[in-house]
Design a protein around this ligand. Structure first.
Ligand code: AHR
Length: 497
């Protein structure tokens, strides 16, 4: 196989927010995940686990979406502020019916984002909340003036307003967020979004004319085109800065978290690839109504959905994470890179101990999953300009008519080309050649994640699957040659001048 990466064709920037995360009050994502409490023996800063913060900093986490998911449309934010001893415990009706003490609320989430150095993406409550509650939450978060909510925030210990970059107006409002019809939700969206104001601009200019918090409409599953069409037709881009799309991938019939055959590996690849035409259709609808790309597509829930771990709480969605999960993540990022102007935010579901996690915890132990390592390998793509790949000789076709190799490239601001490659074959090496048009590679280095399809990390063997230096590259005659082992994900940094 032979490909050409020509930097003269460089396209739009891959928004770093495509590498975001979704963290819901679900199972052990928040409680027993990020949050251990100030009195825990596990090292923490103000109750937030430090090893998790460090791990998320290391992959340049750009944003976290919180508090849901389905949970968001049941969450009353005022239950989660003020002295912890006075906070009202709530029952998490969506996820396991468990009691939550509400010790992780607005201040703790914003503290988490500040510790990581990422942007908050807060999802407000449309399903069971009022416009006034949402309005007040935004005032509480972002007003530096003398408003009642700003005063309340100060009373609760935070003098300065926070910056909120993204605000979701409900979640899956066609389902758990109120079972609304698209037209009805479009009207609701317009009303709620009006009151998600930019308090920072208050008094300085007409607030609606100044840059807004990006208000993101609750969107459809990738398959549901009519929802997207209605929202785009009914809501002006001055109110709707983003529209969400959810994109979960099934692993085929063999859905056990760690016990499956290569059949499921290939079916996962095929099912992930099937999302590309669906997202393309979603993008086309948005392009039709918004040719200037003012409204971002936020794929704010995505990932593989396998079986819960045996004997775990059925409502907690605690799932193991294998090379199959890493494959899904890598291929999905490559799809996102194909629509850089439109897909400008994405959030993997769900960070810690839930669905396709990047981190699993057990008491004081913490492990990074194969999916974590994909985020690590791919971080060079963040805010780099995509470079389309031209195939002179296409990769061979393997099982299920899949291409053996999938690839994506980008050029960063320092002139380094980042290339990520996936060898989808579980049994054969993939050898190939990369040319760089009028340029020649000077230096290249790479890292690799590889293992059996079922390979995963456990608390007893936390580094079974991890990245290491990739030695299968050489530069010769102005080309770069690679030799990928089976079932491998590789990132290369190539300097051309
Ligand atoms: O991620 C788990 C759930 O899946 C979310 O709460 C919901 O939005 C989606 O249906």
């Amino acid at each position: 196989m032979k490909a050409v990466i020509d930097i003269r064709n460089k396209g739009a920037k891959i928004d770093r927010h495509v590498y975001g995360h979704f963290s819901e009050h679900l199972g052990r994502c928040i409680y027993d995940g990020y949050w251990v409490g100030e009195d825990s023996k596990i090292p923490n800063i103000r109750g937030i686990r430090s090893d998790i913060v460090e791990a998320m900093k290391a992959i340049k986490t750009p944003n976290i979406r919180w508090p849901g998911g389905c949970f968001a449309d049941d969450y009353y934010w005022m239950d989660g502020i003020g002295p912890k001893s006075e906070r009202v415990p709530i029952v998490n009706v969506h996820w396991g019916g468990v009691l939550e003490n509400n010790h992780f609320g607005t201040h703790e989430f914003m503290d988490l984002c500040e510790q990581i150095g990422c942007e908050p993406y807060i999802c407000g409550n449309v399903g069971s909340g009022t416009v006034r509650e949402m309005r007040n939450w935004v005032e509480y978060l972002t007003d530096d003036g003398q408003s009642p909510m700003a005063q309340l925030r100060r009373k609760n210990g935070r003098e300065k307003a926070w910056n909120v970059k993204f605000f979701g107006i409900g979640n899956e409002n066609w389902g758990c967020g109120g079972f609304m019809e698209a037209e009805y939700y479009a009207h609701e969206f317009r009303k709620y979004a009006t009151y998600v104001r930019n308090y920072q601009a208050m008094g300085k200019t007409n607030w609606w004319e100044s840059p807004q918090i990006t208000r993101i409409a609750g969107g459809a599953n990738a398959e549901q085109l009519d929802w997207t069409e209605t929202l785009m037709r009914k809501v002006p881009s001055s109110l709707m800065g983003g529209l969400s799309v959810h994109c979960y991938v099934k692993p085929g019939e063999e859905s056990h978290g760690t016990v499956f055959t290569e059949k499921s590996w290939y079916e996962t690849a095929a099912n992930t690839f099937k999302k590309e035409p669906l997202l393309k259709q979603q993008v086309s609808i948005m392009d039709y109504y918004d040719p200037e790309n003012k409204v971002i597509m936020a794929v704010d829930e995505w990932g593989i959905w396998v079986d819960n771990e045996p004997d775990s709480h059925p409502g907690f969605l605690y799932q193991q994470n294998t090379m199959r999960s890493a494959l899904c993540a890598a291929l999905m990022f490559h799809i996102f890179h194909k629509f850089p102007e439109r897909i400008r935010l994405a959030s993997l579901a769900q960070t810690i101990n839930v669905l396709q996690s990047i981190i699993l915890t057990e008491g004081e132990k913490m492990i990074k999953t194969p999916t974590y390592h994909v985020f690590d390998l791919f971080k060079g793509h963040q805010d780099s300009n995509v470079i389309p790949i031209t195939w002179d000789e296409k990769p061979e076709k393997i099982e299920l008519d899949l291409p053996q190799v999938d690839m994506s490239a980008s050029l960063d601001d320092d002139g380094v080309i980042n290339i990520t490659l996936v060898n989808i074959s579980a049994s054969s090496h993939a050898k190939g050649q990369l040319g760089f048009a009028e340029e020649a590679p000077l230096r290249a280095r790479g890292r690799i994640l590889e293992g059996e399809v079922t390979a995963h990390n456990t608390f007893d063997n936390p580094n079974n699957v991890t990245t290491k230096e990739f030695k299968g590259i050489k530069i010769e005659d102005g080309n770069l040659y690679f030799d990928l082992p089976p079932c491998a994900i590789v990132s290369l940094e190539v300097e051309i001048r």
